[in-house]
Design a protein around this ligand. Structure first.
Ligand SMILES: *Cc1c(COP(=O)(O)O)cnc(C)c1O
Ligand SMILES: [Zn+2]
Length: 461
């Protein structure tokens, strides 16, 4: 195993390091999150990001086809020929001139990174390929995760395809979009529905994994986040290594935003970029822990010495009031984001902002993204809704280059889409009306007509 990679506690007052072969969910000494880290000075670090262009021509090297392992030099914790791939990361940044006006941006300024093209239909596959690679290195037999849906779909497909480990998933009852549940069941994962929500499932899976020695593949897993760094590498690649002005991403458990921050911290440290993009993390109003702590209460990373009491007090009050996350954007319906501290670090490094968007704003943005040809699930649309808000308030300039990450495929949650565009009032009320969505300004309603040729032709005139 590569001896130049190790695990590193992110708490600067601890800074403990652990061997790659150890399995921890958090730092055993202080309880903080762990990073995968590298002795970069002992590794062959590329001189320029152009280094990666040579791999475009290596279509005969199986692992270079992966949009994750093409960038192996920047996440070198396992030998390349041990890395797990099922074809993740074949995603491309799209210039979205048809969506830009909706966000208030000039043509050529909005880009959508469509991660819905991954094998399981969400960005989670970027991380899963890396997480499973580490699990394989440490000889794990069973992989486990708690999930709002996409992590489980991703873990299930990787375990089903590679048969490297058995898959056990924990989900909150009634809290999962059917597209995602159907994937976990179809790919053969053992699926455990817990009476409770994501946070309950997350707490239990950590306990059970510790007790039974299951390999945890939630975004607490530092190796998973290594894989997700490559989403940003591909964004830069598509922009011919030019750094955009803004990265906008929905925030749930905050794994993605954390890994994007780590990617830019490392690229800067290695001299591979000069400019750092600004980061915007977007919460749903119904699941706005980060927004409240960061934007309203001014919580900051503060060199790793963040105000822990503020965080603890926030969660105590949340429990005392019995507040529970609730949003149509089920992938970000999370009370206690496990990567909160890493996200604070990312926001600090990338001069970040956090905003919250309503259910209505999410659904309207989703319809506009769909009409631009890149359908996504509700959580993903929070990114464009957030960008629109930031342009309207003047934080993002109309002619700045903005990359919104579309985290998951439209087919994950067809109910939300059909409720918005459809004409069945009852269905609309059940799925969206009950959540405060009142208008469907951007709906593409289907038209009903008698089975009669003349009437059909009349409709199309
Ligand atoms: C997991 C997920 C998110 C949330 O990402 P975090 O890394 O947990 O913040 C957002 N959108 C989709 C589609 C997801 O699957
Ligand atoms: Zn520690």
């Amino acid at each position: 195993m590569n001896s130049y990679a190790f695990q590193h506690c992110i708490n600067p007052d601890c800074g403990a390091t652990y061997d790659l072969t150890e399995i921890h969910h958090r730092c055993p000494k202080c309880g903080a999150l762990l990073d995968a880290d590298y002795q970069w000075d002992k590794l062959p670090v590329p001189k320029s990001l152009k280094h990666f262009e040579q791999f475009w021509a290596q279509r005969d090297v199986f692992r270079r086809m992966s949009g994750v392992w093409r960038f192996h030099d920047l996440l070198p914790f396992a030998p390349l020929d041990e890395c797990v791939t099922i074809g993740e990361g074949q995603t491309l940044l799209q210039k979205a001139d048809f969506v830009a006006p909706y966000a208030g941006l000039k043509p050529g300024c909005l880009f959508l990174q469509y991660e819905g093209l991954n094998p399981s239909g969400s960005f989670k596959d970027n991380g899963m390929s890396a997480g499973l690679t580490h699990g394989k290195l440490v000889g794990a037999k069973t992989a486990a995760c708690a999930s709002t849906g996409n992590t489980s779909a991703s873990m299930a497909i990787y375990c089903g395809c590679t048969r490297l480990m058995n898959a056990v998933i924990f989900i909150g009852s009634g809290k999962i979009a059917y597209g995602k549940l159907s994937q976990a069941l179809d790919y053969g994962a053992k699926t455990i529905q817990i009476e409770g929500d994501f946070d309950d499932a997350m707490a239990r899976v950590q306990e059970v994994s510790k007790k039974l020695g299951l390999y945890l593949l939630n975004s607490l897993n530092p190796f998973r986040l290594e894989g997700q760094k490559t989403i940003m590498f591909r964004v830069l690649e598509a922009l011919r290594w030019e750094v955009p002005d803004w990265i906008v991403v929905p925030g749930g458990n905050l794994g993605n935003s954390s890994s994007f921050g780590k990617a830019f911290i490392e690229l800067k440290k290695l001299g591979l970029i000069e400019k750092v993009p600004r980061l915007a993390v977007i919460n749903a109003v119904g699941a706005n822990t980060l927004y409240r702590l960061y934007t309203e209460e001014g919580l900051r990373w503060n060199g790793g010495r963040y105000d822990k009491q503020k965080v603890d007090a926030f969660f105590s009050q949340m429990d005392a009031e019995g507040r529970k996350a609730s949003t149509i954007a089920s992938a970000i319906e999370i009370n206690r984001p496990v990567n909160l501290t890493k996200c604070l670090r990312a926001l600090d490094f990338c001069d970040g902002v956090v905003r919250q968007v309503t259910e209505q704003e999410i659904l309207d943005a989703k319809a506009n993204i769909g009409a631009g040809g890149l359908g996504c699930e509700p959580a993903s649309a929070a990114s464009v809704a957030g960008a629109k808000k930031l342009v309207a308030e003047g934080t993002i300039g109309k002619d700045e280059r903005v990359v919104c990450v579309l985290t998951g495929n439209q087919l994950k949650d067809p109910n939300a889409t059909v409720a918005y565009h459809g004409t069945n009032r009852e269905f609309f009320d059940k799925i969206l009306g009950c959540r405060g969505v009142t208008t469907t300004e951007f709906a593409n309603h289907p038209v009903t007509v008698a089975n009669d040729i003349d009437q059909i032709i009349d409709l199309l005139k």
